[in-house]
Ligand binder design. Structure first.
Ligand code: AMP
Ligand code: MN
Ligand code: MN
Length: 319
C-alpha cells in the first residue's frame, strides 16, 4: 500500500489545509489530494480549507468547493497539511489542526518544524505536488488529479527550470501529461499570463530596484501606497522576485511589499550559492535554499536595512 493510503485507512472525516497566501503548489497539492481522497474514500467527509487564492487557479476542478471560512468548531479525525512548514503558516487553519484527532504534514520545506503528529518531509523534492504523486497509487491518478499536481509542479519549478527539478520530476510530469491534461493552457494561464494590475506593479517594482553587494544582490520594495495606486493586492505579486533574479550577474534577489502599513512580506530567490532560507529563518520565516520568505515589521527603511545587512553578508561571503 502506498503511504497516503496508509494514512487514510479507515478515516471518516478529513480536513486538508495549506499555507496562508496559497501559491500554485499549495492549491495544486490540496486539490489533488482532495480528488484522490474523494476517489478512494467517497464515504469520507473531506473538506479543503484555504485562504482566498489567485483566480487563475480557479479553473481546477473542485476549486469552487474550497472553503474560505474556517470551521474552527468542527473536529476532524484526520487533518492533512500540504506545503506548509510550520503551524503559524496555517493562519486560521491552525485551530482546525489543533482540534483534529490525528495530524499529518506533507511537505518539501527543509525548514519544516515537525509541527504535525506525523511528517512526510522530502526536502530534495521540488514540490509538494511531486511528493504527493510519489505517495499515491499511480494507477489512481486520473486527469482531474493530474491537472492539480501538474499545476503545482510547474509553479514550484518555474516551469521545470529551477535546480530543484530532476529527471524524476520530468518523468512524473510526463505521466501526468499522458492523462490528457491541457498542459499548455495550465502553463500559460496560471504561470505566464499577467493582468494589467500585475504588469503595472511589476513595472514599478523593477523601476524601484537597486543593486547591492557589488551587483550580486538586487532588492526592490513596493509600498502599500503604490499597491493601492495600481489596485494590486498580495495575489498580484507573484513572479516579481523571479524577474529581479534574472538580472545579469545577480546572485540573490529580494522583493518586499507592504501588506499592511508597517508589515512587509519579503520574498527571496538565489541563483547558485546563497542559501536564502537561512536569512528567512533568521526573521522567523522559512523556505528552501533558492526560494524563501518571511514577514518583517517596521518602516520601509528599517525593514530593508535589516534584510539587506544579512543578505549582503551572505552574498559577499559566497562571492
Ligand atoms: P514566496 O517568496 O512567498 O514565493 O515563498 C518562497 C518559499 O518560501 C515558498 O516555498 C514558501 O512556502 C516559503 N515561505 C515564504 N514565506 C514564508 C514564511 N513566512 N515562513 C515559512 N516559509 C515561507
Ligand atoms: Mn507554497
Ligand atoms: Mn511548495
Amino acid at each position: 500500500m502506498k503511504k497516503i493510503d496508509e494514512v487514510l485507512a479507515g478515516c471518516r472525516s478529513v480536513a486538508i489545509l495549506g499555507h496562508v497566501h496559497p501559491d500554485g503548489d499549495c492549491v495544486g497539492s490540496c486539490l489533488g489530494l482532495y480528488h484522490y481522497i474523494r476517489k478512494r474514500m467517497p464515504e469520507a467527509e473531506t473538506d479543503v480549507y484555504l485562504e482566498p487564492f489567485p483566480k487563475e487557479f480557479a479553473f481546477l476542478n473542485g476549486a469552487d468547493r474550497v472553503r474560505h471560512e474556517f470551521d474552527t468548531e468542527k473536529v476532524y479525525e484526520l487533518c492533512i497539511v500540504c506545503d506548509a512548514s510550520d503551524r503559524q503558516r496555517l493562519g486560521k487553519g491552525a485551530e482546525i489542526l489543533d482540534r483534529a484527532d490525528r495530524t499529518v504534514s506533507i511537505d518539501h520545506h527543509k525548514t519544516n518544524t515537525g509541527f504535525a503528529g506525523q511528517t512526510f518531509l522530502e526536502a530534495e523534492i521540488s514540490s509538494t505536488c511531486e511528493l504527493l504523486y510519489e505517495m499515491m497509487e499511480e494507477e489512481q491518478v486520473d486527469r482531474e488529479i493530474a491537472a492539480c499536481l501538474y499545476m503545482g509542479m510547474i509553479h514550484d519549478t518555474g516551469v521545470f527550470k529551477y535546480q530543484s527539478a530532476t529527471a524524476r520530476t520530468m518523468e512524473i510530469a510526463g505521466k501526468l501529461m499522458s492523462t490528457g491534461i491541457p498542459f499548455t493552457d495550465i502553463i500559460d494561464r496560471t504561470f505566464y499570463q499577467k493582468n494589467y494590475r500585475q504588469s503595472k506593479a511589476m513595472g514599478q517594482a523593477l523601476l524601484n530596484s537597486s543593486l547591492y553587494a557589488e551587483g550580486m544582490l538586487i532588492c526592490s520594495v513596493l509600498t502599500a501606497e503604490e499597491l493601492k495606486r495600481f489596485e494590486a493586492s498580495s495575489m498580484d505579486m507573484e513572479g516579481i522576485v523571479e524577474q529581479l533574479r534574472l538580472v545579469e550577474d545577480v546572485e540573490a534577489a529580494a522583493f518586499l511589499y507592504e501588506m499592511e502599513p508597517g508589515i512587509f512580506k519579503a520574498s527571496m530567490r538565489s541563483r547558485e550559492c546563497v542559501d536564502v532560507s537561512e536569512t528567512a529563518a533568521a526573521f522567523g520565516g522559512g523556505g528552501h535554499a533558492r526560494a524563501a520568505g518571511c514577514t518583517l515589521y517596521g518602516s520601509r527603511e528599517e525593514v530593508t536595512k535589516r534584510l539587506l545587512e544579512r543578505l549582503e553578508q551572505a552574498c559577499l561571503r559566497k562571492g
